[in-house]
Design a protein around this ligand. Structure first.
Ligand code: ADP
Ligand code: MG
Length: 397
């Protein structure tokens, strides 16, 4: 689960990290009062969306002005004016995709005098199963470019969980970033703070880009992108309450309410599968046969008819879906339950696209019988290869 920059900064502030004073608003009427609570003389007006690259982004609407999603203002009035231009408009960045994201919140922040922009991130390294520090002197808005063309400018190392964070980790970061004097000391302290927050809050990712050195020589967190492990949210009510559902894919949100493992993708073939491994294999074979999957979906081992019905409804609600492939290998999952769920869903929402069903395993005869007697226009498949070929043919001709 991701949160907004202003929420991440509030959280890091509680842990003692150096962040600027700021105010968030959701309505244009509140803008002037909120901006007026900051001292100036420089106001930074920042669009809050769950995506990076805002500074270099652009708005779809002409009345949002020429500038991106991070704007500087020299007065309260100007700050409020810029906020009004951005609220309700659609910001497109390299991370949002061409559809962009609607800006529903604006964060006003005290402007900083920047001497250097650095890059810092903590993340869970799946290779080593440890928390990793990633840092670079080349922070700011072009870190993707740095990673692609000069990866040697990015240092990463991991922390042994048995010892946890140690000051030498912080000194290593400070040395890599070329920090000296007070900034070096602040870095050792800040890395400890970030590591503690990361572990205590079950973060998945904590990216600070840029981490700056101010003209006065102090370190400051100027941007913050934080993601949490969804499986650990149950033990962090405070974090769970920061969830902004408007930022999430509505299909994924619906799926999470029914405890379905669903991830929306861009393709045209909706997939309903049981088991994550089989779901991956199903997506692979769809690609092999020349089409693209519209989603990943694992309905799980013990899915009920209601859950299957909901899953089917989510798949059909996706406008890109031109065909559906149901691929079930019933072990714990019973094929008749899947068949009943599919039929219940089709009765409720109708079937506008071709549907290929491949059932195998527990209660398979019963499952096939239910589908055959339903009168539905279902294309039966004998195995995975056959199923993939049939659905791709039905969609692509
Ligand atoms: P994004 O990464 O989405 O583009 P950032 O928060 O990193 O957004 O802002 C982009 C750039 O705007 C930063 O690299 C920095 O140069 C500038 N900036 C952001 N916040 C401030 C601030 N409080 N004071 C001065 N400059 C800022
Ligand atoms: Mg940034």
């Amino acid at each position: 689960m991701n949160i907004h920059e202003y929420q991440a900064k509030a959280l890091l502030r509680e842990y003692g990290a150096p962040v600027s004073d700021g105010r968030v608003v959701t309505k244009a009427e509140e803008a002037k009062t909120a901006a007026g609570e900051l001292d100036g003389p420089l106001w930074v007006v920042k669009a809050q969306i769950h995506a990076g690259g805002r500074g270099k982004g652009s708005f779809k609407e002409a009345d949002a002005g020429e500038k991106g999603g991070v704007r500087l203002a020299k007065s309260v009035e100007e700050a409020a004016e810029e906020a009004k231009k951005m609220l309700g408009r659609t910001l497109v960045t390299h991370q949002t995709g061409p559809a962009g994201k609607q800006v529903n919140r604006i964060y006003f922040e005290d402007g900083s005098d920047i001497s250097r922009e650095l890059y810092l991130a903590l993340l869970v390294d799946r290779q080593t199963s440890r928390i990793s520090f990633v840092c670079s002197t080349e922070g700011g808005m072009d870190i993707e470019e740095v990673a692609a063309s000069t990866p040697e400018k990015i240092l990463s190392f991991d922390v042994d969980p048995a010892t946890g964070y140690q000051p030498f980790h912080g000194r290593r970061v400070a040395f890599t970033l070329g920090l000296e004097g007070q900034a070096m000391k602040q870095c050792v302290k800040l890395m400890g703070i970030l590591y503690k927050a990361f572990v205590e809050k079950d973060m998945e990712q904590l990216e600070i880009n840029p981490l700056i050195v101010t003209e006065a020589g102090d370190l400051k967190v100027l941007d913050a992108k934080v993601g949490f492990d969804g499986n650990a949210l149950y033990r962090h009510q405070d974090i769970a309450s920061l969830r902004d559902e408007t930022e999430e894919d509505s299909k994924e949100l619906q799926a999470s309410k029914y405890d379905l493992n669903y991830i929306a993708l861009e393709g045209e073939i909706g997939c309903m599968v049981n088991g994550a491994g089989l779901a991956m294999a199903t997506m692979d074979i769809i690609k092999l046969k020349g089409a693209e999957p519209a989603n990943f979906l694992d309905v799980g081992g013990g899915a009920t008819k209601e859950k299957v019905t909901e899953a089917f409804k989510i798949i059909t609600s996706d406008k890109n879906v031109k065909g559906i492939l149901v691929n079930i290998f019933g072990g714990i999952m019973r094929c008749d339950v899947i068949a009943e769920g599919v039929i219940a869903a089709v009765k409720e929402v109708g079937l506008q696209v071709p549907l290929v069903v491949r059932l195998e395993g527990t209660n398979v005869e019963k499952g096939r019988e239910i589908i055959n007697q339903s009168g539905l226009d279902v294309i039966a498949a004998s195995d995975l290869n056959d199923a993939a070929e049939k659905i791709v043919k039905a969609v692509k001709g």
